[in-house]
Write a protein that binds this ligand. Structure first.
Ligand SMILES: [Zn+2]
Length: 271
């Protein structure tokens, strides 16, 4: 009997030590198991995880200008675009944000697939998108909104230099939106720049952004030099190149040397 007790004590001790070790090494996995909902990100397209207080923000670059975020069981799709992924395989949206009306950002096919039935999905969009869709909450540059405890600052996204042959910019000032999303307290900040160049309005974001998505492609958004300049203007902790062509995404020591972790992900996840 005594032997059994000693053996049990040793077994318990071993169990305690091994569990302790596991929770240290796999903290995120353990956290994930404790949340009262099933995490939907990462099943079809790999997701990056960021700790926001005691919660986890899951970040998926779906491809091109399309991003999916998951926070506290809520799914946010930004500019879902069916050319870069099969949206029937991705989770439906609790919130959709649209930056502007171009077809790679406002895509009816993708919207149909991510919207829940009975208008259960919230939609926030630019006036130019509303003019086409005729539903949703219009947000304009400078607006400060919120959705389910997530702060949404609406910032400009436009061309200074790149223009159509008739001289009109691809993205005129005031038409498109960028979004600064604030999760938790004191606020984990995600900046979705939209189709923009390295505009002066980015300066106010300097050092305040945890994750930034910045576009790099011609003729619509930024060339490589503009991209590096924008990255240094915003100086996020993590930087994703998006709205870019595969193989053309610049990586620069000027970015890396500024303490920015620059992440390059596939621009399409279409099988
Ligand atoms: Zn675009």
């Amino acid at each position: 009997m005594r032997k059994t007790c000693v053996l049990s004590a040793i077994l318990l001790l071993l169990l305690f030590v091994s569990c302790n070790g596991k929770s240290k090494n796999n903290m995120e996995t353990d956290n994930k198991n404790e949340v009262p909902y099933e995490v939907q990100s990462g099943k079809v397209i790999p997701a990056d995880k960021y700790l926001v207080g005691e919660d986890t923000l899951y970040v998926t670059l779906v491809g091109h200008g399309s991003v999916m975020l998951e926070y506290k069981g809520q799914i946010i799709h930004i500019d879902p675009y069916s050319a870069v992924a099969d949206y029937s395989e991705l989770p439906k949206a609790d919130l959709i944000l649209l930056t502007h009306e171009h077809r790679d950002h406002l895509d009816m096919e993708a919207l149909k697939l991510v919207e829940k039935e009975d208008a259960l999905t919230s939609l926030m969009l630019s006036q130019s998108c509303y003019d086409i869709l005729k539903y949703g909450e219009v947000l304009k540059n400078g607006d400060i909104a919120s959705w389910n405890g997530i702060g949404i600052d609406v910032v400009p996204a436009y061309n200074i230099k790149h223009a159509l042959p008739d001289g009109k910019p691809y993205h005129p000032k005031g038409r498109g939106n960028g979004y600064v999303l604030k999760f938790g307290k004191p606020g984990f900040v995600v900046y979705i720049a939209g189709d923009t160049e390295n505009i002066p309005e980015m300066d106010v974001l300097k050092g305040k952004v945890d994750i930034a998505f910045l576009p790099q492609n011609l003729p619509y958004t930024m060339d490589a030099n503009m991209f590096v300049d924008a990255a240094l203007k915003v100086q996020p902790k993590y930087l994703y190149t998006y709205h870019a062509k595969e193989g053309e995404m610049i990586q620069s020591k000027r970015i890396d040397n500024n303490g920015i972790e620059h992440l390059i992900r596939p621009m399409s996840n279409k099988k």
